[in-house]
Ligand binder design. Structure first.
Ligand code: FAD
Ligand code: NAP
Length: 314
């Protein structure tokens, strides 16, 4: 059997593509999601900018009903990691971990992004033992303790605010003299009583013992140093796109990429390869918002439906 559409990734973009393709009448649509559907927003302690959502809800609360809604229209969730997408004789080959190949007439890639490493000494050694990229997941381990947060974007500041509710003190270390997060979030951080902002500072090293992190050494302006005795540091320094599935055996990519590795698409989410669409955080110029990722998924689904119809019936 050849799928009408294979969707890689089950975040807001992939799930919305799944909803629109199945409800729009495509047959045999499978969404490959290596974990639980929902995507990176499920790690967020709070979402307040999804239209129509007025209560205090977590990212997990927001995403919880999405897979159920898709299932109602026939979307199949295959809980597998896809390792490669290629095109042979106008049919896509979706290779899963373990080498099983699934064929599809069209493919929507919605693999999103993963946290970037900052590159300081001890980051890899202590990852999961005091170095974390998820306050919602790990914040509880630092209840009543002091922690550090690295970064100055929306993620760093929002997650720092979450940590202020659990921890006695939150040091925000930022390499710049001002934050790039939204003004509303900056104002909340500046008002928080148990936050200390350390501007123009970089992390030199995270150190510790067999049990985990015990401190963070930072470089300040004018070559001054500071040592924070904290058992944990949360690193929020941006994200890298997951474009690996598009890499071909000869080292090229199935479609055109931009310099940062984001997939080049036009306004309809068409990539440079016919029948292949890229959506959400993965694509060039993504606004990196749940509502935008969802919208991309819908646009790509409408394109895929048209493409498959023309391919099979003309
Ligand atoms: P993702 O959500 O990254 O989903 C991609 C999915 O693909 C993942 O589930 C992953 O497991 C899966 N996947 C990846 N590779 C493979 C593979 N090879 N095979 C199978 N499955 C694969 N946005 C807002 O609008 N409001 C907010 O308040 C907000 N807060 C945020 C807070 C945090 C902490 C973070 C990290 C992000 C936040 N964002 C927020 C941004 C928002 O979460 C993203 O823009 C959005 O989730 C992008 O959706 P996506 O579907 O493109 O990708
Ligand atoms: P981001 O906006 O790219 O911010 C990354 C931060 O990390 C920046 O402050 C950057 O410093 C700093 N940084 C980068 N590399 C560093 C390094 N090696 N060492 C130290 N600091 C480093 O990433 P993000 O906060 O994850 O947000 C990603 C996208 O998702 C953004 O578009 C954001 O708006 C969106 N998002 C939105 C919401 C929301 O709508 N509520 C919530 C979360 C995320 P500089 O500032 O000096 O460059």
């Amino acid at each position: 059997m050849i799928l009408d559409c294979a969707i890689i990734g089950g975040g807001p973009a992939g799930l919305t593509a799944g909803l629109y393709t199945t409800r729009g009448g495509l047959q045999n649509v499978t969404m490959f999601e290596k974990g639980m559907p929902g995507g990176q927003i499920t790690l967020s302690s709070e979402i307040e900018n999804y239209p129509g959502v007025t209560g205090d809800i977590t990212g997990m609360d927001l995403m919880d009903p999405w897979p159920e809604q898709c299932k109602k229209f026939g979307l199949v969730h295959d809980m597998s990691e896809v390792v490669n997408v290629s095109k042979v004789d106008n049919i896509f080959h979706v290779t899963k971990e373990g080498s099983e190949v699934v064929e599809a007439h069209s493919v929507i890639v919605a693999t999103g992004s993963v946290p970037r490493r900052a590159g300081f000494k001890g980051e890899d050694e202590f990852f999961g033992r005091g170095v974390s990229t998820c306050a919602t997941c790990d914040g509880f381990f630092y209840k009543g303790k002091e922690v550090a947060v690295l970064g100055g974007g929306d993620t760093a500041l929002e997650e720092a605010l979450h940590l202020t509710k659990l921890c006695s003190r939150v040091y925000i270390i930022h390499r710049n003299g001002s934050f790039r997060a939204s003004p509303n979030t900056i104002a909340r951080v500046e008002k928080a009583e148990n936050v200390e902002i350390i501007y123009n500072a970089t992390v030199d090293e995270v150190y510790g013992d067999n049990m985990g992190v015990t401190g963070v050494k930072i470089n300040l302006e004018n070559d001054e140093k500071r040592d924070l005795s904290v058992p944990g540091i949360f690193v929020f320094v941006g994200r890298n796109v997951n474009n690996g599935v598009l890499k071909q055996e000869n080292g090229t990519f199935l479609c055109e990429l931009a310099d940062g590795g984001q997939v080049q698409v036009d306004i309809n989410m068409n990539t440079s390869c016919d029948g292949l669409y890229a959506v959400g955080d993965l694509r060039i110029d993504a606004a990196k918002q749940v509502v935008c990722a969802a919208a991309d998924g819908a646009v790509a689904a409408l394109q895929a439906m048209k493409y498959v119809d023309e391919k099979l019936h003309s």
